[in-house]
Design a protein around this ligand. Structure first.
Ligand SMILES: [Mg+2]
Length: 378
């Protein structure tokens, strides 16, 4: 029996382990991975480090670093709660955003002050620059609603870091905080809705011990409900000025279609890993379609589809699923992180190989924060 604490740790360290494992293959296509590891792309089943940025084994890349920024926001909120201070969703998002800026500018973990991370995504850089530029002139306070790279920037940079909200928030606050923490860099509706769906799935797995099918259904319900829509709009409304929601319905349909595709019986992560992301599957109408459209490097819905398909495959282990997600290629660290978190929420920390866990840069720190935030209740 997996405990709630094990599932919380499985989710958080699943992101870290998937990120650090996939970092060795970042940007490599499925074909390139097969050529490097003949005959079938049998990549080493260990966290080796390396990749285009020459990571040390177990080092965090941006996925884990920004997850950490949000996790530190929840840790600080816990301290605020003990002091009786304001702990609303906007305040939480401001605190987490400040940690994102700390990562962006340094000092951060083993990086000195005034040093940039080596792997900042385009939308993340734009969003964080706007966050700084639009800070209050009187107080210097940052506002995640006055940032974001804009609509059309639909990378996976907010999906890869959103998981702490699923673990330490609930109900409307979970939705509001997920929205704000995506929008600070990724305010395209597809990014926001993907994060909401993902976090609702993670929460259902971790807190309700839901089956993967029920968790995915809960995610779909959440992003199609009018209550969620109202919460999203309210979270992004500043001084009575609501965000432009003219494309929200269209984007909602796109995210729902992506999740539905991952639920098709013929969609198996193992087939994508063995036969390539363009393996043909049958859609609901019996037509053959490409399994993964791969709309672009790091498209948010590609990462979401892989993670949802992985979590629904209950016949396979965390390790097998994450290895195969990475073998699909391209944005391997983020795809590994997003799938690693969702399957980690399903299977718990013990499912992540102990030799992998032992290498994680923030393994001990994340565990300590979880114990501080959930105590004996899990
Ligand atoms: Mg990364």
């Amino acid at each position: 029996m997996t405990t709630r604490r094990q599932r919380i740790l499985g989710a958080l360290l699943g992101v870290h382990a998937g990120d650090s494992f996939g970092a060795a293959h970042e940007f490599e296509t499925w074909q390139a991975i097969r050529q490097r590891f003949p005959p079938n792309g049998a990549i080493p089943r260990d966290i080796t480090g390396g990749g285009p940025f020459g990571w040390a084994p177990g080092h965090a890349t941006d996925d884990t670093d920004m997850t950490r920024a949000i996790l530190l926001g929840y840790r600080d909120r816990d301290l605020d709660t003990q002091k009786g201070s304001n702990t609303d969703s906007l305040r939480l998002a401001r605190t987490a955003s400040k940690y994102m800026l700390q990562w962006f500018h340094g000092p951060w973990a083993d990086r000195p002050a005034n040093s940039r991370p080596s792997d900042v995504g385009g939308a993340t850089a734009r969003g964080l620059m706007l966050l700084t530029r639009n800070a209050s002139q009187q107080t210097g306070e940052v506002d995640p609603r006055r940032a974001g790279a804009g609509h059309g920037s639909c990378g996976n940079g907010s999906l890869m870091r959103c998981i702490p909200t699923a673990l330490f928030s609930s109900g409307d606050a979970l939705v509001a905080e997920t929205v704000l923490l995506s929008a600070v860099t990724h305010n395209d509706w597809r990014c926001i809705l993907a994060c909401v769906a993902y976090n609702v799935m993670v929460r259902a797995l971790v807190m309700d011990n839901a089956t993967p099918e029920d968790a995915v259904a809960a995610g779909l319900d959440a992003i199609t409900s009018s209550q969620t829509k109202d919460t999203i709009i309210a979270a992004l409304t500043v001084n009575g000025q609501s965000p432009d929601s003219s494309t929200l319905a269209e984007c909602q349909a796109e995210v729902v279609a992506a999740i539905d595709r991952a639920c098709l019986p013929g969609f198996r992560v193992a087939d994508l890993a063995n036969q390539g992301p363009h393996v043909l599957i049958e859609d609901d109408d019996g037509q053959e379609v490409d399994a993964l459209p791969l709309e672009g490097r790091g498209f948010v819905l590609d990462s979401l589809i892989l993670a949802v398909a992985a979590v629904l495959d209950t016949s396979r282990s965390w390790e097998d699923l994450v290895v195969d997600v990475v073998r699909v290629g391209r944005d391997t660290d983020t795809n590994g992180a997003v799938a690693g978190g969702l399957v980690g929420a399903r299977d718990g920390i013990e499912a992540i190989p102990a030799t992998w866990r032992a290498k994680l840069q923030f393994g001990d720190e994340f565990t300590k924060i979880v114990d501080q935030l959930v105590g004996d209740e899990a």
